[in-house]
Design a protein around this ligand. Sequence first.
Ligand code: ADP
Ligand code: MG
Length: 689
Amino acid sequence: MAASAAAIPSVVTLQGVGPALATKLQRLGVCDVRDLLLHAPSRYEDRRQVMPIAAARRDKVLIEGEAVSTTIVGRRRPILLCRLRDDSGELDLCFFHFHAGLCHRLTPGSRWRCYGEVRPSRYGQNARDEGFEMVHPELEPADRATAGILPIYPTTPGISQNHLRRLITQALASLDAGDWLPTLPPACLPAWGKTSLETALAKMHRPLSEDRWDGGEGARRRLGWEELLAHQLAFRRQGRSRRENKAPPLVADPEKIRILRRSLPFRLTSAQERVIAEIQADLSRNRPMGRLLQGDVGSGKTVVAAHAALAAVSAGWQTALMAPTELLAEQHYRTWERWLSPLGIATQLLTARQGGSERKETLEGVAAGEVDVLLGTHALFQRDVRFSRLGLVIVDEQHRFGVDQRLALKAKADGPSPHYLVMTATPIPRTLALLRYADLEVSAIDELPPGREPVQTRVMGEDKRSELIERLRAWIGGGRQAYWVCTLIEESEVLAGEAAEKTAENLHLQLPEVRVGLVHGRMKAEVKDRTMAAFKAGEIDLLVATTVIEVGVDVPNAGLMVIENAERLGLAQLHQLRGRVGRGPGRSYCILLYKPPLAESARRRLAYLRECYDGFALAERDLALRGPGEVLGTRQSGALRFRIADPLRDRDLLPDVRRAAEWLERHAPQAVDSLLTFWVEEGDRYANI
Ligand code: ADP
Ligand code: MG
């Protein structure tokens, strides 16, 4: 990172912030003054209108008046009552928790501005007639009262709104002294937001008492724009530094391609052919490819990736394929082995649970260059894994990985950078793809293999379980196979596993003639493998599973899936699961089982899934319902966490953002560094990739 940007001061540099408060602030994600400034209000309260007391009868209102009398009533639970009067009338302020000091401050004749909810008297002096009271109002001396529009912040126990406001006021004031706030040349600011960052921050936290106030939207958009800009710049920098590296040009041997193709039991779709050509064009250059391969579940990404690996192997380089789960890595291994071994290509599986000697052998083969294609989970980037000539990295189901993992793998290669292919079946909404993958080119398989019909999706209450069981009996009687997926509210494989065991037992009792199998994440690997293999071989009719089967598992004869507690899962995940059964010819079915009563929002969600088979539309919908972190699965990895911007609401800003990014890179590269430091937490990390 360039030295141009000064360090951002910690919150402890602010007056009144000691270690205890600093710890509490940390709970809000606030560590330094920048975090405080970007701690956006969740809403605002309009306190421009002081209401006459006589008119205040309910709701939250602002009143101002003179204390007439202050008394403490009640012995066991004392209540402090203060009678407040203005020209129009009187009411009581009631406090159940109070310091003695408050009693003294509310002296007769003192004037106060109070904000709170008004209700008919219950405790006040007028409890018996038609008086009104305000319980625990926010209280300020009238001559020093906060006028105007008040920001309300997300907070945590032990930090009051006033406390936060005071700290933020200090943070705003400290800006004069520091030079760590990025300043953008006015020329790159969008026409609608020519204010400086400092002004926009001030407006967000101290909205002016304008007559026509925009609800804070103007400031939020201006800040969101800059945040999006910073992220875009970070990704562009990442992409550029990758492109500056050298990479080995990889071209597939046509004879190998011919043999592979002849062994496939299908013809490639034209979409597959197109992306294979796009990838080959990239690989043949001496700059590292960075490509995102998008394709809905079942669109046939695997065979496309295998073509890329053929290019690497043909040129004498190794390929690493990383999958998110052991199950999927093993399945890939079986497929790739079948495809590639007839070509004399050595494929090898590396998983976390391989024994010492087996593992050692694999690692030696990889280091010696005897293994051409290494497949595995994140076990691939443990420290002891050394490649001899890593030329291509393929990451399947990218959204499952955090950024860090993906980088650790890339850093494995010494010498030239490997080419890099990311595959995802969760169609990333275009909105997000633009932001998140600004450094990657995108290829899309936008066509399913012929003969596939959309999965018929039904929503069914649990009370219809016995009907469902009969249907299952008939289905399996007809020679087909099925999945039964158990899900739980917690992300607990243990509990889900228990639920799956119980379900498998029950199904076995209800369907004695059916061969029931069970897989879940906590099972011994061999047992799981054996069960999966048996299911694939048709020796098991009904596979009860947890969501471990979500990704990639491929059994074309299994054309029916029941998903329990479907109402608890997100759309994208349900779509992924459902994709397991759209894989063979003929009609396939997905039954979404829910526990009645079904909440209205869940009903709408499931209905949407029933109607829609477009992964992109579902992903957009999910994004709207659940937020970007969830959709991309990057919440823990810290990537794509926006403080102010809302990628969905602000998507119309992206053209402006892109323009500004290009302008800055050309005309004011030094401003880029300070932008990254301020907005992108992982600024350093991006810069060094
Ligand atoms: P995904 O894109 O979800 O990873 P896969 O690569 O696992 O999909 O492919 C899904 C299934 O479709 C596999 O059984 C695969 O062999 C098959 N398949 C792939 N391409 C074609 C094609 N062009 N025609 C018919 N079947 C195909
Ligand atoms: Mg796949």
